[in-house]
Design a protein around this ligand. Structure first.
Ligand code: CTP
Length: 397
């Protein structure tokens, strides 16, 4: 199941570390190469020698081991893997990951990796339930980190509750699922997301309230199905998902350039809330109050990225998906928008204030294609993303 796959296994310092030795054996039985990394605390529970012997690989332990830097730097070590697994993931490791600390080899690898990360937490039940740990877990889930467990049960410390590391076969199953070849494997999808900022002068800009939530969820869902995703994002509130190629832009014009630079692609999803205009008389200096009166801003139209890509002829992605936020006559307006811009599908939603969709966590959309309009029930933005990703996979395969 895992032949040819390379797993970087970070072993944290917890009593459950003894199970990680068995995990190495079971992953190798499945054909994986396991490269172990021990934190300092882990060495109190398992020895480098037994870890290395079971993995039949060198065990990595110290960030400042110069021989290793000569052989393989920490950046390369973190990226040569297909998946990074942290087992046991202690409260300390989760805290470091959630807060971006990188003060030893394990935490530095976790910051440097561009691969998906699967964690198997193990800690005392009170520590697991502590608000600080729960905050970290929520942050990590939002970053796209995969979790297996913890399980509930009797713990080494004598207490009972959630906190036990999952059993080895379950962790192996989660590794297999994380590395499974999804239906979008080998497909490249460009996703735009977030607002754009259109400068007035060096310190002021025009923006909109898009959080980037729906676009981020779509990028994550496509990546989960195996797609290679280029995520072109304006300055959004929420962090981009892990495991995608992120291109950050400010303006609509930069977003168009970034999208064109990312092509060719099999599909493109335009979820960004792009400003329709930019300030034509943008000032190179900070505008000052003067006695002569109020400043007058002149506007010029921004390029329509969705329309440009939909109508590009040669090199056009096979499937182009746009969004339409409407407050009335949703289907009629969205259908007209699809025809005008030339995209294949329009995901339309009613954003009138009564729906509570704008800025909320749920969405109710209608997907308009050449086959007509398909109403989806109200669901979370993550569920809309998963369903849209599945529909894209169906169309591309
Ligand atoms: N879009 C784009 N480039 C623009 C403007 C919009 O790529 N300069 C894309 C958006 O990402 C979205 C769709 O086009 O996929 C929305 O089209 P738009 O005409 O902006 O729709 P609304 O925002 O609903 O505005 P309006 O109803 O005023 O046309």
């Amino acid at each position: 199941m895992l032949s040819g796959k390379r797993v970087l296994l970070i072993i944290g310092g917890g009593i459950a570390a003894f199970k990680s030795l068995d995990l190495i054996r079971r992953l190798r039985e499945q054909g994986a190469t396991v490269v172990p990394v021990l934190t300092k605390a882990a060495e109190e529970f398992v020895t480098p020698l037994s870890t290395s012997a079971l993995a039949a690989e060198k065990v990595y332990r110290d960030l400042f081991d110069l021989t290793d830097e000569a052989e393989m730097g920490h950046i390369e070590l973190s990226r040569a893997a297909d998946l990074v697994v942290v087992a046991p993931a202690t409260a300390d490791l989760l805290g470091k990951m959630a807060n971006g600390l990188a003060n030893d080899l394990a935490s530095t690898l976790l910051m440097a990796t561009d691969k998906r990360v699967l964690v198997a937490p193990a800690m005392n039940v009170r520590m697991w339930e502590h608000p600080a740990n729960q905050r970290n877990v929520a942050t990590l889930r939002g970053d796209g980190v995969l979790f297996i467990g913890p399980d509930e049960g009797e713990m080494a410390c004598g207490e009972f509750g959630p906190g036990r590391m999952s059993e080895v076969p379950e962790i192996v199953g989660a590794v297999i699922a994380a590395l499974a070849d999804g239906p979008l494997r080998g497909k490249h999808v460009v996703v735009t997301s977030g607002p754009t900022h259109e400068p007035i002068d060096p310190v002021r800009y025009i923006a909109n309230r898009s959080s980037g939530a729906q676009g981020t969820a779509i990028a994550r869902a496509l990546s989960a199905l195996g797609a290679e995703v280029t995520f072109v994002t304006g300055p959004a509130d929420i962090a981009p998902p892990a495991g995608v190629r992120v291109v950050r832009v400010q303006t609509a014009r930069q977003m168009l350039e970034a999208v064109q630079g990312a092509l060719p692609a099999d599909a493109a999803v335009f979820a960004a809330a792009v400003a329709d205009w930019h300030v034509a008389n943008e000032s190179g200096r900070k505008m000052k109050k003067t006695r002569e009166g109020l400043p007058v801003l002149e506007f010029a139209e921004n390029p329509d990225i969705l329309a440009t890509v939909s109508q590009m002829g040669q090199g056009r992605p096979g499937l182009v998906v746009g969004f339409a936020a409407e407050t009335d006559d949703v289907i009629a307006h969205a259908t007209a928008k699809r025809d005008r811009k030339g995209c294949d599908w329009i995901v339309a939603n009613d954003v009138s204030p009564a729906t509570g969709i704008m800025g909320g966590s749920e969405n109710a959309v209608t997907v308009i294609s050449g086959d007509g309009a398909e109403d989806w029930p109200r669901m979370s933005k993550d569920q809309v993303a998963a369903r849209l990703a599945a529909k894209i996979a169906e169309a591309l395969t």
